[in-house]
Design a binder for this molecule. Structure first.
Ligand SMILES: Nc1ncnc2c1ncn2[C@@H]1O[C@H](COP(=O)(O)OP(=O)(O)OP(=O)(O)O)[C@@H](O)[C@H]1O
Ligand SMILES: [Mg+2]
Length: 345
Protein backbone atom coordinates (compact mmCIF):
# COMPACT_ATOMS: atom_id res chain seq x y z
CA UNK A 1 0.00 0.00 0.00
CA UNK A 2 1.20 3.50 -0.85
CA UNK A 3 0.14 6.14 1.66
CA UNK A 4 0.95 9.80 1.16
CA UNK A 5 -0.01 12.24 3.89
CA UNK A 6 0.21 16.00 3.54
CA UNK A 7 3.11 15.77 1.11
CA UNK A 8 4.61 19.15 0.20
CA UNK A 9 7.36 19.79 -2.35
CA UNK A 10 8.40 23.30 -3.30
CA UNK A 11 10.99 24.40 -5.84
CA UNK A 12 12.69 27.71 -5.47
CA UNK A 13 13.12 29.50 -8.77
CA UNK A 14 14.86 32.29 -6.87
CA UNK A 15 14.93 33.54 -3.31
CA UNK A 16 11.53 35.19 -3.46
CA UNK A 17 9.64 32.79 -5.67
CA UNK A 18 8.62 29.32 -4.61
CA UNK A 19 6.86 26.93 -6.97
CA UNK A 20 4.41 24.77 -5.05
CA UNK A 21 4.85 21.69 -7.22
CA UNK A 22 3.11 19.40 -4.74
CA UNK A 23 0.92 21.21 -2.29
CA UNK A 24 -0.40 19.18 0.63
CA UNK A 25 -1.30 15.94 -1.14
CA UNK A 26 -2.77 12.99 0.73
CA UNK A 27 -3.48 9.83 -1.20
CA UNK A 28 -3.82 6.08 -0.63
CA UNK A 29 -3.15 3.53 -3.35
CA UNK A 30 -4.04 -0.05 -2.49
CA UNK A 31 -2.06 -3.15 -3.39
CA UNK A 32 -2.89 -4.48 -6.82
CA UNK A 33 -4.56 -1.26 -7.98
CA UNK A 34 -3.98 0.42 -11.30
CA UNK A 35 -4.15 4.02 -10.20
CA UNK A 36 -4.16 7.01 -12.56
CA UNK A 37 -2.87 10.48 -11.82
CA UNK A 38 -4.19 12.90 -14.42
CA UNK A 39 -3.59 16.57 -14.92
CA UNK A 40 -2.52 19.22 -17.38
CA UNK A 41 1.15 19.98 -17.96
CA UNK A 42 2.80 21.50 -14.90
CA UNK A 43 0.14 20.20 -12.50
CA UNK A 44 2.78 18.44 -10.40
CA UNK A 45 2.22 14.83 -11.45
CA UNK A 46 5.86 13.89 -12.06
CA UNK A 47 6.99 15.58 -8.87
CA UNK A 48 4.32 13.75 -6.90
CA UNK A 49 5.25 10.36 -8.29
CA UNK A 50 8.95 11.04 -7.70
CA UNK A 51 8.06 11.66 -4.07
CA UNK A 52 6.81 8.06 -3.90
CA UNK A 53 10.30 6.62 -4.48
CA UNK A 54 11.97 9.66 -2.96
CA UNK A 55 13.72 10.67 -6.17
CA UNK A 56 12.33 13.96 -4.85
CA UNK A 57 12.51 14.32 -1.11
CA UNK A 58 9.32 16.01 0.16
CA UNK A 59 9.78 19.22 2.16
CA UNK A 60 7.23 17.86 4.60
CA UNK A 61 4.66 15.12 4.92
CA UNK A 62 4.77 11.37 5.11
CA UNK A 63 5.40 8.73 2.43
CA UNK A 64 4.65 5.21 3.65
CA UNK A 65 5.08 2.13 1.51
CA UNK A 66 3.78 -1.11 2.98
CA UNK A 67 3.82 0.63 6.34
CA UNK A 68 7.44 1.77 6.09
CA UNK A 69 8.07 5.51 6.39
CA UNK A 70 10.32 6.20 3.39
CA UNK A 71 11.44 9.65 4.51
CA UNK A 72 13.05 8.15 7.63
CA UNK A 73 15.16 5.48 5.91
CA UNK A 74 18.96 5.59 5.93
CA UNK A 75 20.58 5.77 2.47
CA UNK A 76 21.32 2.04 2.29
CA UNK A 77 17.77 1.10 3.41
CA UNK A 78 16.32 3.57 0.94
CA UNK A 79 18.37 2.07 -1.87
CA UNK A 80 16.98 -1.34 -1.00
CA UNK A 81 13.41 -0.10 -0.72
CA UNK A 82 13.73 1.56 -4.13
CA UNK A 83 14.58 -1.73 -5.83
CA UNK A 84 11.00 -2.77 -5.06
CA UNK A 85 9.63 0.26 -6.92
CA UNK A 86 10.14 0.08 -10.69
CA UNK A 87 9.75 3.11 -12.90
CA UNK A 88 9.30 3.75 -16.61
CA UNK A 89 9.31 7.02 -18.55
CA UNK A 90 8.08 8.64 -21.74
CA UNK A 91 11.58 8.61 -23.24
CA UNK A 92 12.33 5.00 -22.19
CA UNK A 93 15.79 5.95 -20.81
CA UNK A 94 17.58 2.89 -22.19
CA UNK A 95 21.38 2.88 -22.36
CA UNK A 96 22.19 3.24 -26.06
CA UNK A 97 25.54 1.46 -26.01
CA UNK A 98 24.14 -1.66 -24.37
CA UNK A 99 22.06 -4.38 -25.95
CA UNK A 100 18.53 -5.21 -24.88
CA UNK A 101 19.92 -8.08 -22.79
CA UNK A 102 22.48 -5.84 -21.10
CA UNK A 103 19.93 -3.11 -20.40
CA UNK A 104 17.62 -5.53 -18.64
CA UNK A 105 20.50 -7.22 -16.79
CA UNK A 106 21.81 -3.88 -15.53
CA UNK A 107 19.82 -3.66 -12.26
CA UNK A 108 20.50 -7.32 -11.38
CA UNK A 109 23.01 -7.62 -8.59
CA UNK A 110 24.22 -10.53 -6.44
CA UNK A 111 23.47 -13.15 -9.08
CA UNK A 112 25.59 -15.65 -10.98
CA UNK A 113 25.97 -15.30 -14.72
CA UNK A 114 23.59 -18.19 -15.32
CA UNK A 115 21.00 -16.78 -12.94
CA UNK A 116 21.18 -13.43 -14.72
CA UNK A 117 20.77 -15.10 -18.09
CA UNK A 118 17.70 -17.02 -17.04
CA UNK A 119 16.16 -14.00 -15.26
CA UNK A 120 16.68 -11.68 -18.24
CA UNK A 121 15.22 -14.26 -20.64
CA UNK A 122 12.24 -14.74 -18.36
CA UNK A 123 11.66 -10.96 -18.26
CA UNK A 124 12.03 -10.55 -22.01
CA UNK A 125 9.56 -13.39 -22.56
CA UNK A 126 7.15 -11.74 -20.12
CA UNK A 127 7.10 -8.53 -22.17
CA UNK A 128 7.15 -10.52 -25.41
CA UNK A 129 10.37 -9.26 -26.90
CA UNK A 130 12.65 -12.26 -26.45
CA UNK A 131 13.76 -12.26 -30.08
CA UNK A 132 15.43 -8.84 -29.67
CA UNK A 133 17.84 -9.68 -26.88
CA UNK A 134 20.94 -8.85 -28.93
CA UNK A 135 19.56 -5.71 -30.56
CA UNK A 136 20.59 -2.19 -29.56
CA UNK A 137 17.95 0.35 -28.53
CA UNK A 138 18.46 2.32 -31.76
CA UNK A 139 17.28 -0.76 -33.66
CA UNK A 140 13.94 -0.89 -31.85
CA UNK A 141 10.60 0.83 -32.37
CA UNK A 142 9.15 2.99 -29.60
CA UNK A 143 6.81 0.26 -28.44
CA UNK A 144 9.66 -2.26 -28.36
CA UNK A 145 11.85 0.15 -26.39
CA UNK A 146 9.11 0.59 -23.85
CA UNK A 147 8.78 -3.19 -23.51
CA UNK A 148 12.50 -3.39 -22.76
CA UNK A 149 12.18 -0.54 -20.25
CA UNK A 150 9.32 -2.41 -18.57
CA UNK A 151 11.41 -5.60 -18.40
CA UNK A 152 14.25 -3.65 -16.80
CA UNK A 153 11.88 -2.01 -14.31
CA UNK A 154 10.65 -5.47 -13.31
CA UNK A 155 14.14 -6.95 -12.88
CA UNK A 156 14.12 -6.86 -9.09
CA UNK A 157 10.56 -8.17 -8.78
CA UNK A 158 9.10 -4.87 -7.60
CA UNK A 159 5.71 -4.58 -5.89
CA UNK A 160 5.07 -1.22 -7.49
CA UNK A 161 5.54 0.11 -11.01
CA UNK A 162 5.47 3.88 -11.55
CA UNK A 163 4.73 4.92 -15.14
CA UNK A 164 5.41 8.56 -15.96
CA UNK A 165 3.76 9.29 -19.31
CA UNK A 166 4.90 5.84 -20.42
CA UNK A 167 2.80 5.85 -23.58
CA UNK A 168 2.95 9.54 -24.51
CA UNK A 169 5.58 9.02 -27.20
CA UNK A 170 3.70 6.14 -28.83
CA UNK A 171 1.05 5.99 -31.53
CA UNK A 172 -2.48 5.00 -30.45
CA UNK A 173 -2.15 1.37 -31.53
CA UNK A 174 1.18 0.84 -29.79
CA UNK A 175 -0.20 2.67 -26.76
CA UNK A 176 -3.02 0.14 -26.69
CA UNK A 177 -0.55 -2.76 -26.79
CA UNK A 178 1.60 -1.36 -23.97
CA UNK A 179 -1.46 -0.64 -21.83
CA UNK A 180 -2.63 -4.20 -22.42
CA UNK A 181 0.79 -5.44 -21.32
CA UNK A 182 0.57 -3.36 -18.13
CA UNK A 183 -2.90 -4.75 -17.48
CA UNK A 184 -1.61 -8.31 -17.92
CA UNK A 185 1.36 -7.66 -15.60
CA UNK A 186 -1.00 -6.24 -12.99
CA UNK A 187 -3.03 -9.44 -13.14
CA UNK A 188 -0.19 -11.93 -13.48
CA UNK A 189 2.19 -10.45 -10.92
CA UNK A 190 -0.24 -8.62 -8.65
CA UNK A 191 1.78 -5.52 -9.43
CA UNK A 192 0.50 -2.18 -8.13
CA UNK A 193 0.71 0.29 -11.01
CA UNK A 194 0.65 4.08 -10.80
CA UNK A 195 0.02 5.68 -14.18
CA UNK A 196 0.73 9.36 -14.69
CA UNK A 197 -0.75 10.82 -17.81
CA UNK A 198 -2.29 13.88 -19.39
CA UNK A 199 -4.32 11.59 -21.65
CA UNK A 200 -7.78 10.74 -20.41
CA UNK A 201 -7.86 7.85 -22.86
CA UNK A 202 -5.10 6.10 -20.97
CA UNK A 203 -6.90 6.40 -17.66
CA UNK A 204 -10.14 5.27 -19.24
CA UNK A 205 -8.39 2.28 -20.71
CA UNK A 206 -6.62 0.77 -17.73
CA UNK A 207 -7.19 2.53 -14.43
CA UNK A 208 -9.72 1.54 -11.83
CA UNK A 209 -9.13 4.56 -9.64
CA UNK A 210 -7.67 7.95 -10.37
CA UNK A 211 -6.84 11.33 -8.94
CA UNK A 212 -6.97 14.59 -10.84
CA UNK A 213 -4.19 17.08 -10.10
CA UNK A 214 -4.15 20.79 -10.66
CA UNK A 215 -1.61 23.32 -9.41
CA UNK A 216 0.00 20.88 -7.00
CA UNK A 217 -3.24 19.72 -5.43
CA UNK A 218 -5.53 16.76 -5.86
CA UNK A 219 -8.83 18.27 -6.81
CA UNK A 220 -10.81 15.11 -7.36
CA UNK A 221 -10.28 11.42 -6.81
CA UNK A 222 -12.24 8.21 -6.84
CA UNK A 223 -13.17 5.37 -9.10
CA UNK A 224 -12.66 6.13 -12.77
CA UNK A 225 -16.26 5.51 -13.70
CA UNK A 226 -17.53 8.16 -11.29
CA UNK A 227 -14.89 10.66 -12.34
CA UNK A 228 -15.90 10.23 -15.97
CA UNK A 229 -19.62 10.03 -15.61
CA UNK A 230 -20.08 12.73 -13.02
CA UNK A 231 -17.02 14.98 -12.76
CA UNK A 232 -17.34 17.56 -9.99
CA UNK A 233 -14.47 19.96 -10.45
CA UNK A 234 -14.34 22.34 -13.47
CA UNK A 235 -10.83 21.13 -14.40
CA UNK A 236 -12.04 17.53 -14.41
CA UNK A 237 -15.09 18.48 -16.46
CA UNK A 238 -12.78 20.16 -18.91
CA UNK A 239 -10.68 17.02 -19.14
CA UNK A 240 -13.63 14.72 -19.64
CA UNK A 241 -15.09 17.08 -22.22
CA UNK A 242 -11.94 16.97 -24.33
CA UNK A 243 -12.39 13.24 -24.79
CA UNK A 244 -16.10 13.25 -25.53
CA UNK A 245 -17.78 13.52 -28.89
CA UNK A 246 -20.63 15.35 -27.23
CA UNK A 247 -18.58 18.53 -26.96
CA UNK A 248 -18.91 18.86 -30.76
CA UNK A 249 -22.44 20.05 -30.22
CA UNK A 250 -21.13 23.39 -29.01
CA UNK A 251 -19.24 23.89 -32.27
CA UNK A 252 -22.31 22.91 -34.27
CA UNK A 253 -24.39 25.47 -32.39
CA UNK A 254 -21.76 28.16 -32.80
CA UNK A 255 -21.65 27.48 -36.55
CA UNK A 256 -25.44 27.45 -36.65
CA UNK A 257 -25.31 24.14 -38.46
CA UNK A 258 -28.55 22.91 -40.05
CA UNK A 259 -28.21 19.83 -37.83
CA UNK A 260 -29.01 21.86 -34.74
CA UNK A 261 -31.77 24.11 -36.02
CA UNK A 262 -35.01 23.54 -34.19
CA UNK A 263 -38.57 23.71 -35.42
CA UNK A 264 -41.05 25.51 -33.17
CA UNK A 265 -41.81 23.48 -30.06
CA UNK A 266 -38.69 21.33 -30.31
CA UNK A 267 -36.18 20.97 -27.52
CA UNK A 268 -32.57 19.88 -27.74
CA UNK A 269 -30.98 18.22 -24.74
CA UNK A 270 -27.92 16.32 -23.72
CA UNK A 271 -28.68 13.03 -21.95
CA UNK A 272 -25.77 12.00 -19.78
CA UNK A 273 -25.68 8.49 -18.40
CA UNK A 274 -24.50 8.62 -14.83
CA UNK A 275 -25.05 5.10 -13.74
CA UNK A 276 -23.46 1.82 -14.63
CA UNK A 277 -26.38 0.00 -16.18
CA UNK A 278 -27.84 1.46 -19.35
CA UNK A 279 -29.15 -1.78 -20.69
CA UNK A 280 -32.66 -0.58 -21.41
CA UNK A 281 -33.46 0.90 -24.82
CA UNK A 282 -34.10 4.31 -23.30
CA UNK A 283 -34.66 6.32 -26.44
CA UNK A 284 -37.09 4.04 -28.21
CA UNK A 285 -38.91 3.24 -24.98
CA UNK A 286 -39.51 6.91 -24.11
CA UNK A 287 -40.47 7.68 -27.68
CA UNK A 288 -43.15 4.98 -27.65
CA UNK A 289 -44.31 5.46 -24.07
CA UNK A 290 -44.81 9.24 -24.34
CA UNK A 291 -45.69 9.25 -28.05
CA UNK A 292 -43.09 11.81 -29.10
CA UNK A 293 -40.22 11.85 -31.58
CA UNK A 294 -36.71 11.67 -30.18
CA UNK A 295 -33.98 12.16 -32.78
CA UNK A 296 -30.37 11.43 -31.98
CA UNK A 297 -27.96 14.13 -33.19
CA UNK A 298 -24.77 12.86 -31.56
CA UNK A 299 -23.96 9.88 -29.43
CA UNK A 300 -20.90 8.99 -27.47
CA UNK A 301 -21.18 5.97 -25.27
CA UNK A 302 -18.20 3.94 -24.25
CA UNK A 303 -16.98 1.48 -21.74
CA UNK A 304 -15.01 2.87 -18.81
CA UNK A 305 -13.77 0.56 -16.09
CA UNK A 306 -16.14 -2.06 -17.39
CA UNK A 307 -19.25 0.10 -17.27
CA UNK A 308 -21.04 2.28 -19.75
CA UNK A 309 -20.50 6.00 -19.69
CA UNK A 310 -21.32 8.84 -22.04
CA UNK A 311 -24.46 10.19 -23.48
CA UNK A 312 -26.39 11.42 -26.46
CA UNK A 313 -27.62 14.73 -27.78
CA UNK A 314 -31.23 14.47 -28.90
CA UNK A 315 -34.02 16.63 -30.22
CA UNK A 316 -37.45 16.09 -28.72
CA UNK A 317 -40.44 16.80 -30.91
CA UNK A 318 -44.04 16.67 -29.65
CA UNK A 319 -46.46 18.33 -27.27
CA UNK A 320 -44.45 20.02 -24.53
CA UNK A 321 -46.29 18.28 -21.72
CA UNK A 322 -45.26 14.88 -23.10
CA UNK A 323 -41.67 16.00 -23.64
CA UNK A 324 -41.59 17.05 -19.99
CA UNK A 325 -42.84 13.64 -18.93
CA UNK A 326 -40.12 11.96 -20.97
CA UNK A 327 -37.53 14.17 -19.29
CA UNK A 328 -38.96 13.30 -15.88
CA UNK A 329 -38.73 9.64 -16.83
CA UNK A 330 -35.07 9.97 -17.82
CA UNK A 331 -34.24 11.76 -14.58
CA UNK A 332 -35.92 8.96 -12.62
CA UNK A 333 -33.53 6.59 -14.40
CA UNK A 334 -30.50 8.55 -13.18
CA UNK A 335 -29.89 10.15 -16.52
CA UNK A 336 -28.86 13.78 -16.34
CA UNK A 337 -30.86 15.89 -18.79
CA UNK A 338 -29.26 19.19 -19.78
CA UNK A 339 -31.34 21.41 -22.03
CA UNK A 340 -29.11 22.88 -24.73
CA UNK A 341 -31.62 24.74 -26.87
CA UNK A 342 -35.33 25.27 -26.58
CA UNK A 343 -37.61 26.47 -29.37
CA UNK A 344 -40.34 27.21 -26.85
CA UNK A 345 -43.61 25.56 -26.03
N1 LIG B 1 13.67 20.42 -10.57
C1 LIG B 1 12.81 21.45 -10.63
N2 LIG B 1 13.21 22.71 -10.36
C2 LIG B 1 12.33 23.73 -10.42
N3 LIG B 1 11.03 23.61 -10.72
C3 LIG B 1 10.56 22.39 -11.00
C4 LIG B 1 11.44 21.24 -10.99
N4 LIG B 1 10.69 20.15 -11.30
C5 LIG B 1 9.44 20.61 -11.52
N5 LIG B 1 9.35 21.94 -11.33
C6 LIG B 1 8.14 22.76 -11.43
O1 LIG B 1 7.13 22.15 -10.65
C7 LIG B 1 5.86 22.21 -11.30
C8 LIG B 1 5.31 20.80 -11.47
O2 LIG B 1 6.13 20.10 -12.39
P1 LIG B 1 5.91 18.58 -12.79
O3 LIG B 1 7.02 18.18 -13.66
O4 LIG B 1 5.67 17.79 -11.55
O5 LIG B 1 4.54 18.68 -13.62
P2 LIG B 1 3.79 17.58 -14.49
O6 LIG B 1 2.38 17.58 -14.03
O7 LIG B 1 4.53 16.30 -14.44
O8 LIG B 1 3.85 18.21 -15.95
P3 LIG B 1 4.01 17.49 -17.39
O9 LIG B 1 2.65 16.93 -17.74
O10 LIG B 1 4.36 18.61 -18.31
O11 LIG B 1 5.07 16.45 -17.27
C9 LIG B 1 6.09 22.96 -12.61
O12 LIG B 1 5.74 24.29 -12.42
C10 LIG B 1 7.58 22.80 -12.85
O13 LIG B 1 8.09 23.90 -13.56
MG1 LIG C 1 5.56 15.16 -15.91
Amino acid sequence: MIELEHVVKNFHADKNNAIHAVNDVSLTINDGDIFGIIGFSGAGKSTLVRCINLLERPDSGSVRINGVEMTKLKPRELYKARTKIGMIFQQFNLMPSRTVFQNVAYPLKDMTKDEIKSKVRELLALVEIGEKENAYPSELSGGQKQRVAIARALANDPDILLCDEATSALDPQTTGAILQLLKDLNKKLGLTIVVITHEMEVVKNICRKAAVMDAGKIIESGDVFTIFSDPQHPVTRNFVRTTSNLSKIETLIKDDSPMVQLKPGELMARLVYIRADVSEPLISYASREFDIEINIILADVEIVAGAMVGGTVVIFNGPRERINRAIEYYRSKDIRVEVIKDAGA
